[in-house]
Design a protein around this ligand. Structure first.
Ligand code: C2E
Ligand code: MG
Ligand code: MG
Ligand code: MG
Length: 281
């Protein structure tokens, strides 16, 4: 009957609710444990010259976590949990240490690989991040320009004066700032001047719609991406298109003057050995 059908649906709904909150709780407590252990690693997604995909100009470090019980857990799941529960500082510090160890090794071997590291905007609050970053660079003898900090535009929207000053201190020290997922944050453009970024990363959601097959040449995404490229050029910022998956998207970006790209068309995030093979190290 309709009535029992409705009851079924409600109990299904309760089931899935229970599942998600239970899952969140399990992932969160595993995460808290993992932060005291060594179950994280970085993979490196090549960043390439848009007009020559074989010219790798750096990489984005992406965090990977394998829990002994829960298996592989995506950063898309655990990063928001860390952010909502006050673990972002510990997580960002862990990532920065992993980065510094790897970059220190490359520097010693004479390899020059600019690496982007994703940082939660919340970590820019407070007095811890800047000295930690500078101490790690110093200890591992890493030239600061080999580190780019990626901060999402959404995270930057609620940026306080303190966060802005911290970013300025990092920029003064030579660390570069990259605005991630650009175009998804609806923020005012004034902050682009204040935060002194050196790079804009155009969000994958726009790149996904650059295909001739669903845009026939002049869809909204195309016009928006063209406007972003023009804005970046007038502010003298580098441009990176993220999430390039097809030849059509790549061709469009070459034609419209984007500088750099990342995406599965060229490579996903690679384990260190595979990345080193790719760059001929
Ligand atoms: P993001 O910084 O925008 O990173 C790009 C994400 O898109 C990565 O997913 C990458 O694997 C994926 N991707 C790259 N190319 C393509 C493509 O061509 N097609 C598709 N469909 N996807 C592509 P991942 O590694 O799962 O990371 C998801 C998000 O988690 C990242 O988005 C970033 O916001 C966050 N994240 C990853 N690593 C870290 C980290 O070390 N610290 C912090 N705070 N956040 C991180
Ligand atoms: Mg990123
Ligand atoms: Mg991104
Ligand atoms: Mg994105």
């Amino acid at each position: 009957s309709a009535k029992s059908n409705g009851r079924d649906r409600i109990s299904h709904f309760k089931e899935s609710l229970r599942f998600t909150s239970e899952r969140r709780l399990r992932v969160f407590s595993a995460l808290r444990k993992a932060l005291c252990e060594d179950s994280f690693r970085l993979v490196f997604q090549p960043k390439f010259d848009i007009s020559d995909r074989h010219r790798i100009i750096g990489a984005e470090a992406l965090l990977r976590w394998r829990d002994p019980q829960l298996g592989d857990i995506s950063p898309a799941e655990f990063v928001p949990l860390a952010e909502a529960n006050g673990l972002y500082n510990a997580l960002d510090l862990r990532v920065l240490k992993l980065f510094a160890r790897q970059q220190g090794d490359w520097v010693r071997r004479g390899l020059r690989v600019p690496v982007s590291v994703n940082i939660s905007a919340r970590s820019l609050q407070g007095t811890e991040l800047v000295p930690s970053v500078l101490a790690l660079l110093d200890y591992h003898e890493i030239p600061p320009e080999l580190l780019l900090l990626e901060i999402t535009e959404t995270g930057l929207m609620n940026c306080t004066g303190e966060a802005t000053r911290n970013l300025a201190d990092l920029a003064d020290a030579g660390v570069r700032i990259s605005i991630d997922d650009f175009g998804t944050g609806y923020s005012s453009l004034a902050y682009l001047q204040k935060l002194r970024p050196s790079e804009l990363k155009i969000d994958r959601s726009f790149i996904a719609h650059l295909d001739a097959r669903d845009g026939n040449g002049d869809g909204a995404s195309e016009r928006i991406v063209r406007a972003m490229l023009a804005l970046a050029e007038s502010l003298q910022l580098s441009t990176v298109a993220e999430g390039i998956e097809t030849e059509e998207q790549l061709a469009w970006l070459v034609e419209n003057g984007c500088e750099f790209g990342q995406g599965f068309l060229v490579s996903p995030g690679l384990e260190i050995a595979a990345f080193e093979t790719l760059i001929g190290a």
